[in-house]
Design a protein around this ligand. Structure first.
Ligand SMILES: [Zn+2]
Length: 303
């Protein structure tokens, strides 16, 4: 940044002018609470990804065979995973028969974090307590701490109680009414309508990791489906879907949102309160991350 000046455009309208000597690829401006502040992210081409794995889909990495771990040198290793247990504090998420989504999400996050760290990953959490965080704060935490993957954990709900199963979402436009309904439910804590989101989305889609997130979602879902089929053959997998989830907006790494199962369905609800089921899901996610890591390394060598 070269310089900035603060002046008064009109008596009640202060104006901040920022002079920068390079054209940013993307600018993201938003407000955060406690303390109140305005955060501006200027994203430039070289500084943006810190050599992280998501580069490999677009650029041929330069091979310099000088260290023992070539994948690490190429930035093709996944080190840091940000786990985001959805909702918290005054926002319980879905609620059925006294069971609150925010509590299941946190339990799942803890089990997943434990298993991932046991397998060598650096695990970060957006929250480890029953605490409210805005959706933007969650995304920004992942960006500021340079996470390689972002996984937001949720439980689904539907007025039609027979609907059940697991879904994995990545961020994109969709015309699917059910996916829009689920995104609107998960976006409820943000005072923005899906129609407002379309404009923000259009702006951010150019620079976001949609292709990488879609790849990650598909690989994760296949691994999870194969793993869960062996242990819970009756459990339904509804596959990978796209929807405009606010919490996935602006993340600079492959990001997905997993809806573990339906709290509104009695069989699913029973599973969600069973720690063995949550552990099985965590192992399925671990396998998915390991397979995704293998896949990005294969892509890099094939290019
Ligand atoms: Zn949720």
């Amino acid at each position: 940044m070269d310089s900035f000046t603060l002046g008064y455009y009109q008596p009640a309208h202060p104006r901040l002018v920022i002079n920068i000597n390079k054209h940013p690829e993307n600018i993201n401006v938003f407000a955060l609470n406690s303390p109140y502040r305005i955060v501006m992210d200027f994203m430039f081409q070289q500084a943006k990804n810190h050599g992280k794995p998501h580069n490999v889909f677009f650029k041929r990495p330069k091979l310099q065979l000088t260290t023992n771990n070539i994948f690490e040198q190429l930035g093709l290793s996944i080190h840091t995973i940000m786990i985001d247990p959805g909702h918290g504090g005054h926002d319980p998420g879905a609620k059925y028969h006294g069971i609150m989504e925010k509590d299941i999400n946190l339990k799942m996050a803890r089990i997943l974090g434990y298993i991932l760290s046991k397998h060598g990953f650096n695990v970060l959490y957006t929250r480890t307590k029953d605490k409210y965080l805005t959706l933007q704060e969650r995304t920004q935490m992942a960006n500021l701490l340079h996470a390689d993957l972002f996984i937001s954990i949720h439980c689904n709900a539907n007025p039609k109680r027979y609907i059940n199963g697991l879904e994995i979402y990545y961020l994109n436009f969709t015309k699917n009414k059910e996916a829009i309904r689920i995104a609107a439910r998960e976006n409820a804590s943000v005072n923005k309508k899906i129609s407002d989101l379309r404009f923000i989305l259009a702006d951010l889609l150019i620079n976001s990791k949609i292709n990488e997130s879609a790849d990650f979602a598909r690989i994760l879902n296949t691994s999870l489906k194969n793993y869960l089929r062996r242990h819970y053959p009756g459990f339904r997998n509804n596959g990978v879907k796209k929807a405009p989830f606010y919490v996935l907006l602006g993340t600079q790494m492959p990001s997905i949102l997993i809806e573990l199962a339906y709290l509104s369905n009695s069989k699913d609800r029973h599973l969600l309160t069973n720690p063995n089921f949550l552990s099985r899901i965590a192992y399925g996610i671990l396998k998915g991350i390991q397979n995704y890591q293998k896949q990005i390394q294969i892509y890099a060598w094939k290019e």
